[in-house]
Design a protein around this ligand. Structure first.
Ligand code: SF4
Length: 327
């Protein structure tokens, strides 16, 4: 039985916001500041309920497709990226676009374009229907086959088994993806690797941190929304790495008393689209339940930052020049 007399929290680090999410959220905030409400955003700017609600309160309007945006209005493309078909549709409606696609997603798009140009078949490991996968596959629809899981591999048919390459969604489980690649290579020994990792640094770092603390935890709480791929993966990684139980929650109010029977150590982490304030609320809610000791388990330090989308940088520069002329 765990020693429930010393209740403690192990707080994963890194956790929460990654550079791509930070950039996308600031892009919407700056667009609102520069141009006023409303600013349209295609899809959720990042997969987090709180972020979407907060930006909505400030005047962002979230839509599913560009045909819901009034002709000529300003629209932000989310961090998950868009396919060329979406860009074309926006152009046809004369929309003023701001592209907040994470540069690490753009990198995968560029790889897809290059491999398609070389007439290779791209085996895109990722979840069909996820916006990022739709965007990447949309760069080369004729050359791309989506591989959802290791179990998909046996049923795959490709035009030329000697000319296949794999790419992946940026927010997958590293271990499961490597298992899929292993099975793909068994079926297609000539399978080529992408030039660099597609699973991004933030996804990998958050999984490494949770792997480290999970074996000591009776319960791991992952803060993140249900549609956040990397948050859902953190629950899986926690369980695979030895946590007795794990739950994903959007907010501290979703924590249930019955989760704490016989629990001494609670791990806490958050997905890459989660603001730190939500984690702080969870730590406070745990303290109120007697888990007042908090130890950070750090496995990496992140200092990556991306510059804002070029449309925002151009608008900021123009505003600055206007101010200087008036002064
Ligand atoms: S999770 Fe990775 S790919 Fe997605 S926005 Fe963050 S840094 Fe970019």
């Amino acid at each position: 039985m765990p020693d429930t007399t010393t209740k403690r929290v192990l707080l994963a680090a890194p956790r929460g916001y990654c550079a791509g999410v930070d950039r996308a959220v600031i892009a919407v905030e700056k667009a609102l500041e520069l141009h006023g409400a409303p600013i349209y955003v295609r899809k959720e700017i990042v997969h987090n309920k709180y972020v979407v609600e907060t930006l909505s309160e400030r005047g962002a309007i979230f839509v599913d497709e560009t045909d819901q945006v009034p002709e000529g209005a300003r629209v932000v493309f989310s961090a998950h990226g868009v396919s060329p078909a979406v860009r074309d549709a926006a152009e046809q409606r004369n929309l003023l676009t701001i592209d907040a696609t994470c540069p690490l997603v753009t990198k995968v798009h560029k790889e897809a374009i290059r491999f398609a140009r070389d007439e290779r078949t791209i085996l895109l490991i990722g979840h069909a229907g996820h916006e990022e996968v739709e965007g990447t596959a949309g760069e080369a629809p004729e050359h791309t086959i989506i591989v959802n899981s290791p179990e998909d591999v046996d049923g795959l048919e490709v035009p030329d088994p000697e000319n296949v390459v794999w790419l992946s969604q940026t927010t997958l489980s590293v271990d499961e993806t490597m298992e899929t690649v292993r099975r793909l290579r068994e079926r297609f020994p000539a399978l080529q690797d992408p030039p660099s990792d597609d699973i991004c640094y933030a996804t990998q770092n958050r999984q490494v941190a949770v792997k480290k603390l999970a074996p000591e935890c009776d319960l791991v709480i992952v803060v993140g929304s249900a549609n956040s791929s990397n948050s859902v993966r953190l629950v899986e990684v926690a369980l695979q790495s030895g946590a007795r139980t794990s739950h994903r929650i959007d907010r501290a109010t979703e924590i249930r008393d019955e989760w704490f029977d016989g629990v001494a150590t609670v791990g806490v982490t958050s997905g890459a689209s989660v603001p730190e304030i939500l984690v702080r609320d969870v730590v406070e809610a745990l303290a109120a339940r007697g888990f007042a000791t908090v130890e950070e388990v750090r496995t990496a330090t992140e200092d990556l930052m991306f510059s804002l989308p070029r449309e925002i940088r151009a608008d900021l520069k123009a505003k600055e020049a206007e101010r200087a002329t008036r002064a």
